[in-house]
Design a protein around this ligand. Structure first.
Ligand SMILES: Cc1cc2nc3c(=O)[nH]c(=O)nc-3n(C[C@H](O)[C@H](O)[C@H](O)COP(=O)(O)OP(=O)(O)OC[C@H]3O[C@@H](n4cnc5c(N)ncnc54)[C@H](O)[C@@H]3O)c2cc1C
Length: 417
């Protein structure tokens, strides 16, 4: 059997792994990108809402508001649902998430991530230009709609706070909503429009375009199972269908599946998942959606993807591998039909994905503390499309001894000791 040799094996060809591979390659490393799928970008990076969320200064923290917690507890929130039978599996994680969401700790997480968020669109723009796919980035910004005065007022408060960190946009009244999105129908209290974020109308396509760039520049793609990773003299080895790949260093970028590799090596990093669904629908007649729209109080988002209008849901707490239970999607469908002229579904069945999340809402980036040559780059929560290239740069700078553009210490695996 053939043995391919390189400097680095990157395990996982989602947005995070592909971006890390490109940044390592740019710094002179010979990289083999490994996935169990034949194509890149077929995991979580395939199905997201397409937002390069450069306006998302504050991560999604566990709510502290009693009414909202109660709504979550009785499973009546449109934004969040949990699978009761799986509760024993994720309750300890939820407790850690709740504790990490105190105002002080949430602000600490937000400030740690801010340099990455600020860098997110810049890094994508550079890669999109190099990959020659300008059609995969639209500078439309996005709209967060509110049905009630109370939720609008709270969102305007958050927006004012975010403005202090450079976030731009405007508060829209009904007329201004109609001017931006003439095809929306409903009783809206108002909306917040974020003007800076980018929108990717085919997120899986973008990961594939970045992989094509990586290959054009001499990178190799290898189909193999990351669970076969083993340490051997002088490095790491992964077995594949057509031989093995070996290198001095390896990067775990397996998104929600990263635990399949780090757990057998003895790490008890609390990687959890927040599941989410999507379904594409055809727009009716000549109806056009100009930008992604989050129907915030009703808990779903519509995004004008190349394949059709993609409806994505909020968060479902359930085991990563539990069978799909697309209840949120079923509840959102009539609401979405009332908001925008939608025709038939384009997909035969809903897509299910899992946002890889740590309780403090920060990714794990840096050395595997107990294994020389092994690196981590996973747990990008709601922002893996956004942060893939920025965290790829950070990781590559750390691996090659450059001065990192952001302080990497808050992302260290050691924080979970
Ligand atoms: C509904 C929804 C909406 C979202 N919206 C947004 C958004 O608008 N903006 C945003 O920034 N983020 C969004 N996200 C989050 C974002 O999609 C994720 O954070 C991101 O895709 C994670 O990327 P990744 O590369 O870490 O993981 P993945 O894309 O899941 O990649 C992991 C890769 O590992 C491979 N793999 C798994 N197991 C093995 C194995 N044993 N051997 C080899 N390979 C293996 C998989 O095939 C996959 O290719 C959303 C997520 C969901 C679910």
């Amino acid at each position: 059997m053939a043995e391919l040799k390189a400097d680095v094996l990157v395990l996982g060809a989602g947005m995070v792994g592909v971006s890390a591979a490109l940044h390592l390659q740019r710094r002179g490393r010979d990289v083999i990108l490994i996935d169990r799928q034949e194509l890149a970008g077929e995991g979580t990076s395939f199905g997201n809402a397409g937002l390069i969320e450069s306006a998302s200064v504050f991560p999604y923290m566990f709510p502290r508001d009693f009414t909202q917690i109660l709504q979550y507890a009785v499973n009546r929130s449109p934004q969040v649902r949990y699978q009761f039978s799986d509760l024993p599996d994720f309750l300890p994680w939820l407790v850690r998430y709740f504790l990490a969401s105190s105002p002080d700790r949430a602000l600490h997480s937000a400030m740690a991530e801010l340099p990455l968020i600020r860098r997110s669109l810049i890094e994508h723009e550079a890669l999109i230009a190099e990959a020659e796919v300008p059609e995969l980035l639209r500078r439309t910004g996005w709209i967060k709609l509110f049905r009630s005065d109370a939720t609008l007022a709270s969102a305007v408060g958050d927006f004012e706070r975010a403005r202090q960190y450079g976030v731009e946009g405007e508060v829209l009244d009904r007329q201004a909503i109609a001017a931006r999105e003439p095809n929306l129908t409903g009783e809206f209290a108002g909306a917040v429009y974020f003007s800076q974020p980018g929108f990717v109308p085919d997120p899986g396509g973008l990961a594939k375009a970045y992989t094509a760039l990586f290959k054009r520049k001499g990178g190799r793609f290898f189909v193999g199972d990351a669970r076969s990773l083993e340490q051997q003299a002088g490095g790491w080895r992964v077995a594949g269908t057509e031989g093995a790949a070996v290198a001095r260093e390896a990067v775990v970028a397996l998104g929600p599946w990263s635990d399949l590799v780090f757990r057998p090596l003895g790490y008890s990093i609390p990687l959890g998942v927040k599941r989410g669904y999507h379904l594409h629908l055809a727009p009716r007649g000549n109806a056009v959606l100009n930008s992604p729209v989050l129907d915030s109080d009703l808990g779903y988002l519509l995004a004008p993807m190349n394949r059709g209008i993609r409806l994505t849901t909020g968060v479902e707490f359930a085991r990563r591998d539990a069978p799909p239970t697309p209840i949120q999607l079923e509840r959102a469908l009539p609401r979405a039909h009332a908001l925008f002229p939608l025709g038939d579904a384009v997909d035969a069945k809903p897509w299910l994905g899992a946002r890889p999340c740590l309780p403090d809402m920060l990714p794990v980036i840096g050395k595997a503390p107990g294994h020389p040559g092994l690196w981590f780059d996973f747990g990008h929560q709601h922002h893996g499309l956004t942060l893939g290239p920025a965290t790829g740069r950070l990781l590559a700078e750390m691996m090659t001894g450059e001065t990192p553009f952001a302080d990497p210490r808050p992302f260290a695996a050691e924080r979970f000791k």
